[in-house]
Write a protein that binds this ligand. Structure first.
Ligand code: MIG
Length: 846
C-alpha cells in the first residue's frame, strides 16, 4: 500500500496588531485536501475583548477572529467578520452612496456569557463563548440565530476562500428573493450560486444565471427579515437543502459582510433593502410603452417596414431596437454604412412616427488597430490587464476583444463620452448593454480568466472579485455618460448582467429564454423575484428568444408582459440557423430552429387582433404602472410582489408561483398554460373584484378565461386609473377614467403623473392625486386631493363605480346632485359620471 506523503506543516500566520491574538486555534486539525494546497479552517473561540471603534462594536476572539457590528438604522444591523482580525478598507459597489445611516442610540450590555446590543426595534446577542449571534425583535422573539455561525477556510493558492455563515432554520421558515433564479418561488430546500453567467436557453434547473443578487427574505410565523451578503465574489446560498435544519451562505473570498434587515413585514424588508442599495429612477414614459426587438432588424429598410407595420395596423409601440448587426463588424459605436447609410435620418423619421430607437452595445472592443475605440483605449490604458501585465483578450462576436475596466473611474468617464455621437448627434434614445457578465466564447470558461486584474476604484483585485460587478459597473459607466451628455433627459438603459445595487443604473431583461410554455412560467417567476430583489424595472423576451412561438403562447406572453415594467418582444431571428454563432451555441440552437417572425402580426389575423388588444391594455394601464414606478422610486416598494406580501400569515400563499401583486392594488393571475378556459385563483384576505366582470370575490374563486383577457383582480376600495389607448406615449391623453371599487371601509390609492421626460418633476412639476374612498351605511364616497404644480392635459374625467351593494339613488359631486347614469350588467349595475379633473368629492347613496 502506498503511503500518502505527509502534508507540510501549516505556517502559523503572523497577525498584525491590533488585536494581538493570544493563540492561534486550529479548531479543525489542519489537513490537506491536495498535497500542494494545504488548508486551514478557523472558527471563533472565546471573546476576549469588546470595544467601540470607528462606529462599530468590535468583538475580538482569543484566536484573532473579529466581528464588527454597526447599527445603521433601528432595523439595519451590519455584521463584518474577519478570520484574522484584519479588515480590508470598507468599500461597496452595491450600497447606494445616497444612503445615510440614521443616528440610533444603541446600548451595549454585558450579561452572563453574552453581550447585548439593543437598537429599540432589534436586539443582537453575541455569545462570549463562541461569537454566535442571535437576533431578537421587540417582543423578544428570536428572528434568526447562528447554528455553527461564522467559519473561514484558507488555502495557500487562494488565501481565505470560504467565508461562511451557518444559521438555524425554523421548521416552517420560507425564503424568497435572490434575484433571477428560475425555480419555484419559495427557495427553501434548495441551494444556489451567484456568478453572472451567459446562460443561453437556460431552464428551471439552471443556476447560476446572468445576475448576482445575494439578498434574500426569510419569513417565519408571519415575521420577515432580510439578509444581504455584500460580497461580489462567487457566493453560495443553501436554504436547508439537506434537511439538516440549517441555512448557510458563503463567499469564495473577500469579507463575510452581511446586513440584517428587520421586517416585520416583507414590504418593510423590501423597502429597507431599497434604502440601502437604491432604486431605479423614474423612467421616461416611452420606456414603459411597448417595445419591439429582434436579432436583428437590418438593414434600415427593414426597420422602416416594421415601424410602418405597427402604424398601419394601429398597434401601439414606442420603441424599436437595433441588435448587434447595425454595427460595422461588431465594433461598438460604429455603423454598418451599407445597411444604415444615414442613421440620423432613420432615427429622425422613426421619432416623427412616435418610435424611439434603442441600440445595443457590448463591452468587448474589437482588437483592430484601425478601430478608433480600440486604439484610444490602448493608448489611454482603458482595458483590463492580466496579472502578467498584458491587455487581457478574449473572443466574442467581433473576434478577439479587449475589455474596458469599468471599475476604474477614469475608464467610466471615458466610456461615457463614447456615446456622444449615438446619443446626442444621431438621437438614439436608449441603449442595451449585452454580454456584460462578461461573456466570452469559451466552451467551459464562459468569462474572463481569474488572473485578469481590475482597478476596483483604487483597491486592485482579480476577476474573482470583480466578475460579478463587471456588468453593473459597465451600466454605471453608460448611465453616468448619458447623464453628462444630456442631463435634461431621463436615460434608458437595458442590461443583461448586474449585481445588487445595479438597479440604480439600468433596467434588466432576463436573457436568452425559449419559446415554450415552460419559459412563460419561468418568465413570470423571474420577474416577480427580480422585482422583490431590488430590480423592479424588469422584463423578459416576450414570445421567447430561441425557438418558435405560436400564436397562443405569444398572446398569453404579451398579456403577462402588460404587467412587467419592461414590455419587450425579442427573438433570435435569422440567427437561429446557427450561422455565425460559436459552435457550442449553434449546437444548442439546432433543435430550437426558429422559422417564424415575432411581430404582433406574425401569427395570422386572429392572433394579431388578440396581440393588439393586449398591447392596447398596456397603454390603458400605463397610469397605474407609472404610479407604481413612482412609488417604487419614492420608498422602494417593488412594482411586482409575490403573493406572500399580501398576507404573510397565510401559508397557502407561500408556494404560489403563478399569481402576483402588481402596484398598489392589482392581483394578476396570468394564463401560463395552453388552452385554459377557466382558472382557479386563491385570493389573499379581503375582497377582490374580477376586472373583466366587476364581480367581487374572496378566498378561492374560479374565473372564465377569454382568449383576449388576462385574469386580474382589483382590491376593494381601490381607484384604478385608466387612459385611452394610444399609438405611442407621445400622443395626447384625451380623458382619464377612474374605476372605483366599492368597499365597506377605507382605502387609499395614488395616481402620479408628470411630463414623462426630464427632471422638472423634481422641482414640483408633477401631479399626485390621492384618492380616499370610504363606504359605510349604504353610502360611498371618493375624495381627491391633488399635490404638485403639474396639470395633466386631459380636461375630462370619467368615473365608473363598481360593486355598490344596492341601487344607487343619489349621486353628488362637490355637493351638487347629478343625474344617475346606470349601466345594467347581467347581475349588477355600474354607475358612471363625467367630471372635471379638479373635482374634490363624489358621494353615492343607496
Ligand atoms: O451571443 O446580440 O441575450 O438578446 O439578441 C448572443 C445578439 C448575443 C445575446 C442577447 C440577445 C441578443 C444576442 N446576444
Amino acid at each position: 500500500m502506498k503511503v500518502k506523503p505527509k502534508p507540510p506543516e501549516v505556517p502559523i500566520p503572523v497577525l498584525p496588531s491590533p488585536p494581538l491574538p493570544t493563540e492561534i486555534d486550529f479548531v479543525e486539525a489542519s489537513v490537506s485536501l491536495r498535497y500542494e494546497d494545504v488548508f486551514q479552517w478557523i472558527r471563533p473561540n472565546e471573546v476576549s475583548d469588546v470595544r467601540w471603534r470607528d462606529g462599530a462594536y468590535e468583538f475580538i476572539c482569543h484566536n484573532g477572529v473579529m466581528l464588527r457590528v454597526s447599527v445603521l438604522a433601528a432595523g439595519i444591523f451590519r455584521l463584518r467578520y474577519s478570520p484574522d482580525g484584519v479588515f480590508q478598507p470598507d468599500f461597496s459597489y452595491a450600497i447606494d452612496p445616497a444612503f445615510e445611516p440614521e443616528k440610533v442610540v444603541v446600548r451595549l450590555e454585558e450579561r452572563d456569557g453574552e453581550y447585548l446590543l439593543d437598537s429599540g426595534a432589534l436586539q443582537v446577542v453575541v455569545s462570549k463563548a463562541d461569537l454566535k449571534v442571535k437576533f431578537y425583535d421587540q417582543d423578544d422573539r428570536v428572528l434568526c440565530e447562528d447554528a455553527a455561525g461564522f467559519s473561514a477556510k484558507r488555502t495557500i493558492l487562494k488565501g481565505w476562500c470560504a467565508l461562511r455563515m451557518e444559521k438555524k432554520c425554523h421548521k416552517k421558515e420560507v425564503f424568497f428573493g435572490l434575484g433571477d433564479k428560475s425555480c419555484g418561488t419559495n427557495l427553501s430546500g434548495k441551494k444556489f450560486e451567484n456568478w453572472c453567467s451567459d446562460s443561453f436557453a437556460f431552464g428551471r434547473e439552471t443556476d447560476p444565471l446572468y445576475r448576482a443578487i445575494p439578498f434574500y427574505y426569510a419569513l417565519n410565523q408571519g415575521v420577515a427579515y432580510g439578509i444581504f451578503l455584500d460580497n461580489s465574489f462567487r457566493t453560495h446560498f443553501d436554504f436547508d437543502s439537506e434537511a439538516s435544519g440549517d441555512t448557510c451562505f458563503y463567499a469564495e473570498g473577500g469579507e463575510l459582510n452581511y446586513y440584517f434587515l428587520h421586517g416585520p413585514g416583507l414590504d418593510d424588508v423590501a423597502r429597507t433593502y431599497a434604502q440601502l442599495t437604491g432604486t431605479h429612477e423614474l423612467p421616461p414614459s416611452w420606456a414603459l410603452g411597448y417595445h419591439q426587438c429582434r436579432w436583428s432588424y437590418h438593414p434600415d429598410s427593414h426597420v422602416r417596414e416594421i415601424a410602418a407595420g405597427f402604424r398601419e395596423r394601429q398597434i401601439p409601440c414606442d420603441a424599436i431596437y437595433l441588435d448587434i448587426d447595425y454595427m460595422d463588424g461588431y465594433r461598438c459605436f460604429t455603423w454598418d454604412k451599407k445597411a444604415f447609410p444615414n442613421p440620423k435620418a432613420l432615427v429622425d423619421d422613426l421619432r416623427e412616427m412616435g418610435f424611439q430607437t434603442v441600440t445595443m452595445i457590448d463591452p468587448g472592443i474589437k482588437e483592430d488597430a484601425n478601430y478608433e475605440v480600440y486604439r484610444d483605449g490602448l493608448a489611454q490604458n482603458r482595458f483590463l490587464y492580466t496579472s502578467d501585465g498584458v491587455v487581457a483578450k478574449a473572443p466574442v462576436w467581433p473576434g478577439f476583444c479587449a475589455f474596458p475596466d469599468f471599475t476604474n473611474p477614469e475608464v467610466r468617464q471615458w466610456w461615457g463620452t463614447l456615446y456622444e455621437s449615438l446619443y446626442k448627434d444621431i438621437g438614439i434614445a436608449g441603449f442595451w448593454n449585452d454580454m456584460n457578465e462578461p461573456a466570452v466564447f469559451h466552451v467551459n470558461h464562459k468569462t474572463l480568466p481569474d488572473n485578469v486584474m481590475h482597478h476596483h476604484d483604487g483597491l486592485p483585485c482579480s476577476h474573482r472579485k470583480a466578475h460579478n460587478i463587471y456588468g453593473q459597473q459597465m451600466n454605471r459607466s453608460s448611465w453616468e455618460g448619458f447623464q453628462t451628455l444630456q442631463p435634461e433627459k431621463r436615460p434608458f438603459l437595458l442590461s443583461r448582467a448586474s449585481f445588487s445595487g445595479g438597479q440604480r443604473f439600468s433596467a434588466i431583461w432576463t436573457g436568452d429564454n425559449c419559446s415554450d410554455w415552460e419559459h412563460l412560467q419561468i418568465a413570470n417567476i423571474q420577474c416577480q423575484r427580480l422585482a422583490i430583489s431590488g430590480f423592479s424595472f424588469c422584463g423578459t423576451d416576450i414570445g421567447g428568444f430561441a425557438g418558435n412561438a405560436e400564436g397562443e403562447l405569444f398572446v398569453r406572453w404579451l398579456q403577462l408582459g402588460v404587467f412587467h415594467p419592461l414590455m419587450r418582444v425579442h427573438s433570435i431571428g435569422k440567427h437561429a440557423t446557427g450561422d455565425g454563432l460559436p459552435a457550442e451555441e449553434a449546437e444548442l440552437i439546432d433543435p430550437l430552429l426558429h422559422i417564424s417572425d415575432q411581430e404582433p402580426w406574425s401569427f395570422g389575423e386572429k392572433w394579431t387582433d388578440l396581440a393588439k388588444k393586449a398591447i392596447e391594455l398596456r397603454y390603458c394601464l400605463l397610469p397605474c404602472l407609472y404610479s407604481a414606478m413612482w412609488l417604487h422610486t419614492l420608498d422602494g416598494s417593488p412594482v411586482l410582489r409575490h403573493l406572500a406580501f399580501a398576507d404573510a400569515n397565510d401559508p397557502k400563499l407561500w408556494d404560489v408561483e403563478r399569481d402576483f401583486l402588481f402596484g398598489e392594488h392589482l392581483l394578476i393571475s396570468p394564463v401560463v398554460q395552453p388552452k385554459v378556459q377557466r382558472q382557479g385563483v386563491y385570493l389573499p384576505k379581503g375582497n377582490w373584484y374580477y376586472f373583466w366582470t366587476g364581480q367581487p370575490g374572496n378566498g378561492e374563486v374560479f374565473v372564465n378565461v377569454m382568449p383576449d383577457q388576462i385574469p386580474f383582480f382589483v382590491r376593494e376600495g381601490a381607484v384604478l386609473p385608466v387612459y385611452p389607448t394610444r399609438q405611442h406615449t407621445g400622443e395626447a391623453i384625451a380623458e382619464l377614467t377612474l374605476y372605483v371599487y366599492y368597499k365597506n371601509g377605507l382605502e387609499t390609492s395614488h395616481l402620479y403623473e408628470d411630463l414623462g421626460e426630464g427632471y422638472a418633476h423634481q422641482a414640483g412639476m408633477f401631479s399626485l392625486k390621492v384618492f380616499e374612498t370610504e363606504g359605510k351605511n349604504g353610502t360611498f364616497s371618493l375624495r381627491q386631493r391633488k399635490e404638485g404644480e403639474y396639470n395633466p392635459e386631459y380636461s375630462k374625467v370619467k368615473i365608473y363605480l363598481v360593486g355598490f351593494p344596492t341601487f344607487v339613488k343619489k349621486c353628488a359631486a362637490d355637493g351638487v346632485e347629478i343625474p344617475i347614469k346606470e349601466i345594467k350588467l347581467r347581475d349588477r349595475s355600474l354607475y358612471t359620471l363625467n367630471l372635471k379633473p379638479e373635482f374634490e368629492k363624489v358621494e353615492w347613496e343607496g
